[in-house]
Design a binder for this molecule. Structure first.
Ligand code: 6PG
Length: 240
């Protein structure tokens, strides 16, 4: 695995991520006329979203060419403060000229399996592909090495066919809907953002790769087959 790119603090990490996102989105728009982007939940991307929604980044991105998805969702209504959609809406989507029809949220208010099935249909409808290829997937990582809502030891990690599944998190809100490894690994680019000292042991294991008696953390299993993989971390996440 390539080493992580390390930034001095969360603000520098957010700025570094904005640079990569602008580059990847521009490449997708140049090549295919649009950019399919999956956003991450959790607290880490909030600073990045705020940055993208303000100048100069706001004007550097052609928001009218984006289609927005999510890597995972907590099964709560879209107005709930735990909703990944709500966070992205408040921090970013409400601040940029992106049409409502280009925002494809996971229906956290529905029964999880139903929400997963509907999201899978939506991904196929928008891309017209059996195995859709997102141009950019933003992901975070928990201290236990989970990413999106792929938690250690869960069946969701072994899914081979479905693009989206219902699963459970060890902590509330427990019900989740998540993209699966086949879907994530079909992406053209995956960008991990890792922030905070509690992530240091998991980050070290992910970047060290194989050769361990313990199963690798879920985040280590995100290796796009024909895409770019970037790990961006703040200094604290490297244990420094
Ligand atoms: C979620 C996520 C999840 C998140 C990590 C890191 O819905 O919680 O998408 O995978 O990215 O838990 O979260 P923090 O950024 O809050 O540490």
């Amino acid at each position: 695995m390539e080493p992580a790119r390390v930034f001095a603090d969360p603000a520098a990490l957010a700025e570094g991520a904005a640079v990569e996102i602008e580059r990847i989105v521009r490449r997708a728009i140049d090549n295919r006329g649009r950019a399919l982007v999956a956003l991450a939940g959790g607290s880490t991307p909030r600073g990045l979203y705020g940055r993208l929604g303000a100048e100069p980044w706001r004007s550097r991105i052609d928001w009218s060419c984006l289609e927005i998805f999510w890597g995972d969702e907590r099964c709560v209504p879209p107005t709930d403060s735990a909703s990944n959609y709500a966070m992205a809406k408040e921090a970013l989507l409400a601040r940029v000229p992106i049409p409502e029809r280009a925002v494809h949220r996971i229906d956290g208010e529905r029964a999880p399996k139903r929400a997963a099935a509907l999201y899978e249909e939506e991904l196929r409808r928008i891309t017209n592909l059996e195995l859709p290829r997102l141009d950019l997937v933003l992901l975070g990582m928990g201290a236990d090495g989970h990413t999106a809502s792929l938690f250690p030891g869960t069946a969701a990690l072994d899914e081979k066919e479905r693009l989206v599944v219902a699963t459970e998190a060890p902590a509330a809100p427990r019900d989740r809907v998540t993209l699966t490894l086949p879907m994530l690994n079909a992406a053209r680019a995956v960008l991990f953002l890792v922030q905070g000292g509690d992530k240091a042991p998991a980050l070290e294991r992910v970047l060290a790769g194989g050769e361990s008696p313990e199963p690798l953390p879920p985040a280590a299993r995100v290796r796009p087959r024909r895409g770019e993989l970037l790990w961006l971390a703040d200094r604290a996440a490297t244990g420094a």
